[in-house]
Design a protein around this ligand. Structure first.
Ligand SMILES: C[S@@+](CC[C@H](N)C(=O)[O-])C[C@H]1O[C@@H](n2cnc3c(N)ncnc32)[C@H](O)[C@@H]1O
Length: 424
């Protein structure tokens, strides 16, 4: 393990914030969906957090952007603590839930440290070293020193069972962690939401190999791994674009690299046309042009729009961190800006934090649904590609009703509310 692993980089901090906020939103959306549907009279729903590439659960050197060097916790602890809070929330709101956490880590030393972290936070008595996930009792945490990519079938056999909702974090260090077949199994399974941290630095380093005339076996195997990530069809498009673009400077290379990352959206969508896929790209002050690309897939239409809110929040945090870094390290005369690629390639949401106005949302909705009667959940699904928030959509629908362009019963909207739109 490298010494620098002990300090939590800024992008990891933002990733952790997105993870925690999204887990909170995800549990809430599903909980209330089930609670309102009254399907679960006797069976308690089960929520599972799977951290397939756990690391040791702790960054002993503290945060890179903070002068305080107290330890901070990693994604396994975030997942455990979030589900524990959710368990209390669910009981208080009249529908107890069952929760489990599954933590996988391939490196034996890191795995030992992970177990120590779990002891340290007081959950050691809930930990079981097992891959027999079906045997987990309420609140238990399965840990295993395994290669996650070989565990796909076993994981899915458990998390695809009826009454189970699961959230997977796929956060490896390199492309070998996210081969197409492994990711497909997970994202396409019912009631599965997935967050994937795309390893930009490794991708950026390896992409240049495409233009080399002669590749050694090690170099070739690196490119082969990326082909396995994207799938042969999309990878061949990336190779074609990279070979045939006139790349004269660093900036062009960066743009093509970023554009290629965006292609991973197509890869994920090709795994299951039913899922909504979101990408957020964040830039950080720690190193020049260092990027964090998070992909999220969800089967829940509200989840896709809720995610917009979570991402907007994360983006605000990112702005704050950038601002702090600017103050800390003033740019010297003649030096390039710390953030030279503010206008990132098309397909990635812009960093503009202003919100679309209600009239614009209203026009989009009327264009899609005029003359139709549909349920609110269908409207959310259709709007998954926009950056609207669920609250903004609801507010717009109420205004459309006031203007007699739409009609629905009652004052509160739920996913199942039927809405009739005027023919215009
Ligand atoms: C980027 S770190 C994860 C960081 C963690 N998610 C967090 O946010 O705190 C990736 C971890 O995955 C582990 N790893 C790499 N390949 C793996 C594999 N095939 N199966 C399981 N773990 C793996 C590495 O040893 C490393 O600890």
């Amino acid at each position: 393990m490298r010494a620098s692993d002990d300090v939590r980089p800024t992008q990891t901090k933002v990733k952790h914030q997105v993870l925690d906020e999204y887990l909170k939103a995800w549990t809430g959306i599903i909980f209330w969906g089930i609670r309102h549907s009254r399907k679960f009279v006797s069976t308690s729903p089960r929520f599972v957090y799977v951290d397939a590439f756990s690391f040791k659960g702790k960054y002993t050197g503290g945060d890179m952007d903070s002068p305080r060097k107290d330890s901070v916790y990693g994604s396994p602890v975030i997942g455990i603590q979030r589900l524990d809070k959710f368990t209390k929330y669910a009981s208080k709101n009249g529908m107890p839930v069952i929760t489990n956490v599954i933590l996988l880590e391939k490196n034996p030393e890191t795995y030992q440290l992970l177990k120590e972290t779990l002891e340290e936070i007081g959950v050691g008595h809930r930990v079981r070293e097992t891959t027999d996930f079906g045997s987990l009792r309420n609140g238990e945490i399965a840990v295993a020193n395994v290669d996650a990519t070989k565990m796909g079938d076993k994981l899915i056999a458990y998390t695809s069972q009826q009454y189970i909702w699961s959230f997977y974090l796929l956060d490896p260090w390199g492309p070998s962690g996210i081969p197409y077949e492994f990711v497909q199994k997970i994202v396409s399974a019912p009631r599965h939401d997935v967050m994937i941290n795309f390893i930009y630095i490794a991708f950026q380093k390896n992409l240049g190999l495409i233009r080399k005339q002669q590749l050694g076996p090690r170099e070739q195997s690196k490119l082969d791994l990326w082909e396995k990530v994207f799938g042969p069809e999309i990878w061949s498009k990336i190779v074609y674009a990279y070979r045939n673009k006139l790349l004269t400077g660093k900036r062009e290379k960066t743009e093509v690299t970023q554009g290629s990352v965006v292609k991973y959206l197509d890869t994920l969508q090709s795994m299951d046309p039913e899922i909504a896929v979101k990408l957020t790209a964040l830039q950080f002050p720690d190193k020049r042009r260092e990027m964090l690309y998070l992909f999220l897939t969800t089967h829940d239409p509200t989840g896709a729009l809720k995610l917009n809110e979570v991402l907007a929040e994360a983006r605000l945090l990112e702005f704050e961190l950038r601002h702090r870094a600017r103050i800390a390290k003033p740019i010297r005369r003649g030096q390039m800006s710390l953030f030279p690629f503010d206008e990132i390639s098309s397909g990635i949401e812009s960093l503009d934090s202003s919100r679309p106005d209600i009239e614009e949302i209203g026009n989009t909705i009327m264009k899609l649904f005029a003359g139709q009667t549909v349920q609110l959940k269908y409207i959310y699904k259709k709007l998954a590609d926009t950056d609207y928030f669920p609250g903004e959509v609801q507010k717009t629908l109420k205004i459309l009703r006031r203007k007699k362009r739409a009609n629905f019963e009652g004052s509160a909207l739920s996913n199942r509310t039927w809405i009739t739109f005027r023919n215009e």
